[in-house]
Design a protein around this ligand. Structure first.
Ligand code: GDP
Ligand code: MG
Length: 163
């Protein structure tokens, strides 16, 4: 059986950027507009000697309860249930936001194990956010820069341990 890893988190934290980096093809749509990934996307990921299925998700918007948001929520829920591991991504530069806290609670409702990933942590700009991330109670965050390809060795270690 091939392990499945779902990347979840609020819009704009860098989920699709990580997905693209892991899959190595431009399968997911990356956009500056929050929540632009409407569909669940799956790809075959390689990281070191690990191969797994990775699922990109759109992210939940709590604020409006329109039908699209409902579909996005259902899609995230489905992805979490089907996954062997969830990468819960936050933006280390932004720190922990109320929406991240909402996500954190949401993820506690499932039995799928969660690894916390603090993205946009290149340079030192993410240091405060990293410290903040501990407060979510999902253990030590993996500091990452999906865009610059930093922290992938730590992500490898976290996944290797989990599989
Ligand atoms: P998603 O909505 O969570 O899928 O986020 P995207 O992958 O679409 O990225 C949202 C924005 O964050 C884009 O402008 C990316 O270029 C940017 N971004 C993604 N990863 C990083 C990173 O590691 N560092 C910085 N500084 N920006 C990033
Ligand atoms: Mg996306």
């Amino acid at each position: 059986m091939v392990a499945t890893v779902a990347i979840v988190g609020r819009p704009n934290v860098g989920k699709s950027t990580l997905f693209n980096r892991l899959v190595g093809k431009r399968l997911a749509l990356v956009d500056d507009r929050p929540g632009v990934t409407r569909d669940r996307r799956e790809g075959r990921a390689k990281l070191g000697d690990l191969t797994f299925t990775v699922v990109d998700t759109a992210g939940l918007e709590e604020s409006d309860a329109d039908s699209l948001t409902g579909r996005m929520r259902a899609q995230t829920e489905e992805a979490v249930k089907a996954a062997d591991l969830v990468l819960f991504m936050i933006d280390a530069r932004a720190g922990v936001t109320p929406l991240d806290q909402h996500f954190s609670q949401f993820l506690r409702g499932f039995s799928t194990p969660v690894t916390l990933v603090a993205n946009k942590a290149e340079g030192r700009a993410g240091d405060a956010g990293l410290y903040d991330a501990f407060s979510l109670g999902h253990g030590e965050p993996v500091a990452l820069s999906a865009e610059h390809g930093e922290g992938l060795a730590d992500l490898f270690d976290a996944l290797d341990e989990a599989f």
